[in-house]
Design a protein around this ligand. Structure first.
Ligand code: SF4
Ligand code: SF4
Length: 359
């Protein structure tokens, strides 16, 4: 007799079970940790209810790592850290050890290999960044490269805890911004609608997919030179770049159209004040690889204006709300322009609010 038909099971591809990779002391005390402190920047000590302790040493990495760096980190973990590591969402690596006398040799080994120890408490933690040129199909700039340039400039603020509060910085390599909200955010900004390479559209693009992608319904099918192509209503286009991934002939990247903007005051947490969206401060910075010096200079000015003027425990956005935006622009020396005013009232009319695409 045939076995009864089984329903098709979903394929789970979420995070793997962490327990097989967990340090034994963490496994033993799962759910039973009592308190923790930070004996020095970059080190956390957790104490369990039964008195067990574990030390976590956090080090910065370049995130997109070559095999030699990965091997080096594994070698350090095996030699100095009982063989257990984990990565944080901000691309830091954390080593766990169960006795205090292993902490200093581990820090020395990491520092000697070029991995700075820090990123805890009121420091500038590692910048959370998107995929950049290596992985994503639409970036207008790199992510790791920008991060490396900025973290070189802020190295001291990573290894010390001398900021008024923690500083979370994000970067995003296209205007869709999978980088998220940050105290300081560095985001690509497209300044012009895409130019269409009509010869390629019919060969490469699925036109319905491109039309459906546009958040403001600015793309229409059109016949150009007798071939099926597309056209863009430039009055509606908000230059978001969403049409470029399904249709690379919608060419939006270029030296004169791909710029970088810096935003401030975003916050995810509910601590002390509500979560907030970041707001534009400087636009139109050149996309100047490989070191992005203009972006680094803007970030440096914002960071040190905050460090020198905020009260203890104020996050960037809270500090600006207290002193007011005119004072913030005065302290940082940036110009306040008409581009800072959000006057767009057309969203109700132009938003692509229908689930139906008429093609
Ligand atoms: S920010 Fe944009 S280009 Fe960069 S990884 Fe995210 S979706 Fe891709
Ligand atoms: S998807 Fe974005 S960039 Fe492309 S036409 Fe629409 S608004 Fe413009």
């Amino acid at each position: 007799m045939n076995a009864p038909a089984q329903p098709r099971r979903p394929i789970e591809s979420g995070v793997p079970d962490p327990f097989p990779f967990m340090h034994p002391v963490m496994k033993k005390n799962y759910g039973n940790w009592d308190w923790h402190d930070r004996p020095r920047p970059g080190v956390l000590r957790h104490v369990a209810r039964n008195g067990d302790m574990i030390w976590t040493v956090k080090a910065g990495t370049q995130r997109q790592m070559d095999v030699f760096s990965v091997r080096k980190l594994c070698e350090i973990a095996d030699t100095f850290a009982e063989g257990y590591v984990r990565f944080t969402t901000r691309s830091n690596i954390e080593f766990m050890v169960s006795s205090q006398d292993k902490v200093e040799p581990l820090i020395e080994a990491l520092t000697a290999a070029g991995f700075p120890v820090g990123g805890t408490g009121n420091s500038v933690s590692m910048i959370s960044h998107t995929q950049g040129w290596l992985h994503c199909d639409i970036p207008g700039t790199d992510a790791s490269g920008v991060v490396k340039s900025l973290m070189d400039m802020m190295y001291d603020e990573f290894i010390k805890e001398e900021m008024p509060n923690r500083v979370k910085i994000t970067t995003s390599c296209c205007q869709i911004n999978c980088g998220g909200q940050g105290d300081i955010s560095i985001n690509v900004q497209y300044t012009k609608p895409p130019k269409i390479n009509h010869d390629l559209v019919s060969k490469i693009c699925e036109r319905p997919a491109v039309v459906a992608r546009c958040p403001v319904a600015a793309i229409r099918p059109a016949m150009v030179n007798g071939k099926p192509s597309l056209e863009v209503d430039e009055q509606k286009c908000v230059c978001c770049g969403a049409c470029y991934p399904p249709c690379p002939p919608m060419q939006i990247n270029g030296a004169d159209s791909t710029k970088i903007a810096v935003w401030v005051g975003g916050k995810h947490s509910n601590a002390r004040s509500k979560p907030s969206f970041h707001k534009l401060v400087v636009a139109n910075l050149p996309n100047n690889a490989p070191r992005w010096p203009e972006v680094a200079e803007v970030v440096r000015k914002i960071l040190y204006a905050y460090k020198d003027n905020a009260k203890d425990w104020e996050r960037m956005g809270e500090w600006i709300e207290r002193i007011g935006w005119p004072r913030f622009f005065e302290l940082t020396g940036f110009a306040f322009t008409k581009h800072h005013l959000d006057t767009w009232t057309g969203s109700r009319k132009t938003m692509n609010m229908s689930a139906h695409v008429h093609f």
